[in-house]
Design a protein around this ligand. Structure first.
Ligand code: MN3
Length: 243
C-alpha cells in the first residue's frame, strides 16, 4: 500500500474527511486488508502504520510503536465496532461524524464512542504526522505559526508546556480555530478537538502507553523527542488543504 492509499484509508487526505462517501471507500479498502489478529466485523478498521515500526528510532522505539499501534489503537477500533454494533444508523457514519456531535448519540453508547471513537480518530490522525519529512513547517502553516506565536520555537515551547500540564492521560494539540488562526489546547483521555469544534493540526499523545517503556516517568524527554520526529512536510500539506 503506498502512502497515498494509506492516507485514503485513513480518510485524512484532502477533502476526504468532509465526504462520507470517500471515507467509506477507504474503510472498505482497509477492511480488505484486515490483518490476522484484528477482530473481524464492524465498519472501522485499523489503518496500517505508514512507515516501518523502527522508523522513528531512537526517539520512539519499535516495541512501543508495535504496542501502541497494534494493541492500543486496535483496541479502540474493536471497542468502537462493538459500540456501533446493533446501531446501523451509527455504523454508516464516519468516525469524524460520530465524535463531532456526541449529543446526537444514544445515551447507551455515547461514552463508549467518545472514548473509543476519539481514540481511533486521534491515533489515525497522529501516525502520519510522524516520520521523516522536513525540518520545519512550510507555507500556510509556517505563516499561521509565526502570526500566532512569533516563531516555531515559541509554538513548540507552548505545546510542550501544554503536554506537561495534562494530568493523567490525554493529548496536547495545535488546533485550527474556526477563524483560521491557531491555538493550543489539551484534551483529557481520548477526547477529540473535533468535539470542541477545532480541527487538529498537530498533536502530542501523552498517554503513558506512548512513552513509558522508553522514557518511564520522564514525560519531558519524550515530548522533546516527539519534536524530532514530526513530519512537517505532511503536517504543512494537511493544514494547507484544510484551509
Ligand atoms: Mn496513544
Amino acid at each position: 500500500m503506498n502512502r497515498r492509499l494509506v492516507l485514503k484509508a485513513l480518510g485524512l487526505s484532502a477533502g476526504l474527511a468532509a465526504t462520507g462517501h470517500a471515507f467509506a471507500m477507504g474503510q472498505a479498502a482497509g477492511a480488505a486488508e484486515t490483518k490476522a489478529g484484528s477482530v473481524a466485523g464492524g465498519p472501522f478498521t485499523l489503518p496500517p502504520l505508514p512507515y516501518a515500526y523502527d522508523a522513528l528510532e531512537p526517539y520512539m522505539d519499535a516495541t512501543t510503536m508495535h504496542l501502541h499501534h497494534d494493541k492500543h489503537h486496535q483496541a479502540y477500533v474493536n471497542n468502537l465496532n462493538a459500540a456501533v454494533a446493533g446501531h446501523p444508523e451509527l455504523a454508516g457514519k464516519t468516525v469524524e461524524q460520530l465524535i463531532s456531535d456526541l449529543n446526537a448519540l444514544p445515551d447507551t453508547v455515547r461514552t463508549a464512542i467518545r472514548n473509543n471513537g476519539g481514540g481511533h480518530y486521534n491515533h489515525s490522525f497522529w501516525w502520519p504526522t510522524l516520520g521523516k519529512g522536513g525540518s520545519a513547517p512550510k507555507g500556510e502553516l509556517a505563516k499561521a505559526i509565526d502570526a500566532k506565536f512569533g516563531s516555531l520555537s515559541a509554538m513548540q515551547d507552548k505545546l510542550s508546556s501544554a503536554a506537561m500540564s495534562v494530568f493523567g492521560s490525554g493529548w496536547a494539540w495545535l488546533v485550527r480555530q474556526p477563524d483560521g488562526t491557531l491555538a493550543i489546547e489539551t484534551t483529557p483521555n481520548q477526547d477529540s478537538t473535533l468535539t470542541m469544534g477545532y480541527k487538529p493540526a498537530l498533536g502530542v499523545d501523552v498517554w503513558e502507553h506512548a512513552y513509558y517503556l522508553k522514557y518511564q516517568n520522564r514525560r519531558a524527554e519524550y515530548v522533546k523527542a516527539f519534536f524530532q520526529v514530526v513530519n512537517w512536510d505532511y503536517v504543512s500539506e494537511q493544514f494547507a488543504q484544510k484551509a
